[in-house]
Ligand binder design. Structure first.
Ligand code: NBP
Length: 479
């Protein structure tokens, strides 16, 4: 076996196969391995002409085919399979070699694996990859963690196979040490959930309040896609809404069961945000909305509950309503990205990753599911002020929200009046209003906590912690 391959990919289901082809199409020799050898042979048979592949069956042969330091990429199902594959290959590697996990691993698992392998001198590069199977083949957005040393060796290859932004820059950056890449990929997916939920709410409002058909809404989305909402998700929404079911002749969206599924990264984003104390209410509403949709029995049992008396909009009101929904969608989108970037900033501080938020927004501009013109603007905001406390502190975004807010509020009034749920829009607006509030009812919460549990409180006019003797003469004591 000649040691000629610059990279090896084990796990050749849809993602691994396409990434292997992407490396080969970019001129790299790629060693191939899969638990079930048939997948390896199928790849070579179907796509062998695309580049140089070294097909292997035994782990020893796979490792022997790799040039040193070895770059071994794992593309298997996240969780136990990843640990099983690491255990299989790590004993065959040498100090300085790299294991790259491109699966959707939980960042805490990545931290654990990185620590264990570091002790054996092996670089473990937990790498978030977004873009689905098309992205894997034609250029994904890539979020590698791991050591800076491993990026020196691996980075140029990832840059070559990654998506390129409009200005030509590759959509990959060394996000930070150990689990930073998978953490950022997790938040990317959380933001993706929020984006999809907000788009879903816009669709539902246009349909039920605006009285538009799916085909008309598809046209509205197409128009929006030429403006500031220009993004992959808006683009595919128009495609899905204009699609007609061949079997029934009905709009496709009307024949699909309305129960959204999830694989877990959105839920992780919220779970970790709870642990870190970061309010990602928009992302949480998106995860909950998917859960609610799946409770078919509960929904059936609740269908008879009373709703408001709805009155339809006139034609001219409906046209104006579409413009308002665009404002609400855009403003809510700014809020979900604000929340997502806040989670990354807090995670980065907690784990000592020193993540460059501007660089993260730059690598999401192409290749990934949330790619959007909008991300250029986020990058510009962080470039102008790397210590920006929040995207809402950026003058441009603040001005845009200020201009959108009346319509945003009107849309929520209409939604509430007509009984159409819009939890993403509402959560985003509540977050915005809470942040700008002079006083929050948290003061009352602190009073209650002190009353029933002597939890103490701080005062606005003096330093220190205090307790009121609620059961006594209600005098205040220093805690
Ligand atoms: P799957 O997640 O469906 O995993 C299938 C692969 O895992 C096959 O190669 C299978 O081998 C292998 N595998 C399993 Br399952 N258990 C194994 C074990 N114990 N030992 C060795 N190999 C094992 O593949 P995928 O959809 O291509 O995704 C790969 C990774 O990329 C996942 O972590 C996924 O979350 C992530 N990802 C997916 C997407 C996407 O759009 N699909 C996007 C971004 C990231 P076999 O052939 O022998 O059964």
């Amino acid at each position: 076996m000649s040691t000629t391959a610059q990279i090896g990919v084990t796990g050749l289901a849809v993602m691994g196969r396409n990434l292997a082809r992407n490396f080969a199409r970019n001129g790299y020799t790629v060693a191939l391995h899969n638990r079930t050898a048939q997948r390896t042979h199928d790849l070579v048979e179907q796509f062998g002409h695309e580049g140089d592949f070294v097909a292997t069956e035994k782990p020893e042969d796979f490792v022997a085919a790799l040039e040193r330091p070895r770059r071994l990429m794992i593309m298997v199902k996240a969780g136990e399979p990843t640990d099983a594959v690491i255990e299989e290959f790590a004993p065959l590697l040498e100090p300085g070699d790299m294991i790259i996990d491109g699966g959707n691993a939980h960042f805490a698992d990545t931290r654990r694996r990185e620590r264990t392998l570091r002790e054996r001198g092996i670089h473990f590069v937990g790498t978030g990859i977004s873009g689905g199977e098309e992205g894997a083949l034609h250029g994904p957005s890539i979020m590698p963690g791991g050591s800076a040393e491993s990026y020196t060796s691996l980075g140029p290859m990832l840059e070559k196979i990654s998506a390129k932004a409009k200005d030509g820059s590759p959509c990959v950056t060394h996000v930070g040490p150990d689990g930073a890449g998978h953490f950022v990929k997790m938040v990317h997916n959380g933001i993706e959930y929020a984006d999809m939920q907000l788009i879903g709410e816009a669709y539902q409002l246009l349909r039920e309040v605006g009285g538009c058909s799916p085909a008309q809404i598809a046209e509205i989305f197409r128009t929006w896609n030429t403006g500031r909402l220009d993004s992959y998700l808006i683009e595919i929404t128009a495609e899905v809404l204009s699609h007609v079911d061949a079997a029934t002749g009905r709009p496709f969206v009307d024949v699909v069961a309305d129960q959204a599924e999830q694989k877990g990264t959105g839920r992780w984003t919220v779970q970790i945000a709870l642990d870190l104390g970061v309010p990602v209410s928009g992302i949480a509403e998106a995860v909950f909305a998917r859960s609610l949709s799946g409770h078919a029995d509960l929904r059936r049992a609740s269908r008879g509950l009373a709703g408001p008396k709805a009155s339809a909009l006139t034609k001219s009101e409906a046209a104006a309503f579409a413009d308002r929904v665009e404002q609400a969608l855009y403003a809510s989108k700014i809020v979900s990205y604000t929340q997502g970037f806040h989670e990354i900033a807090v995670g980065s501080a907690e784990y000592g990753w020193d993540i460059d938020l501007g660089a993260v927004s730059a690598i999401w501009r192409a290749g990934c599911i949330i790619r959007a013109a909008f991300l250029d603007r986020i990058r510009a905001a962080y470039d102008a002020r790397p210590d920006l406390p929040s995207l809402l502190s950026d003058d441009t975004f603040a001005q845009e929200i200020a201009a959108a807010q009346d319509d945003w509020r009107e849309v929520l009034v209409a939604a509430t009046r007509q009984g159409v749920p819009a939890p993403g829009f509402a959560a985003a607006l509540a977050y915005y209003d809470a942040l700008r509030a002079e006083r929050l009812p948290a003061a009352l919460t602190q009073g209650q906590r002190d009353f029933f549990g002597a939890h103490t409180y701080r005062r606005v006019d003096r330093e220190g912690s205090f307790h009121t003797l609620w059961g006594g003469d209600r005098s205040e004591v220093t805690a």
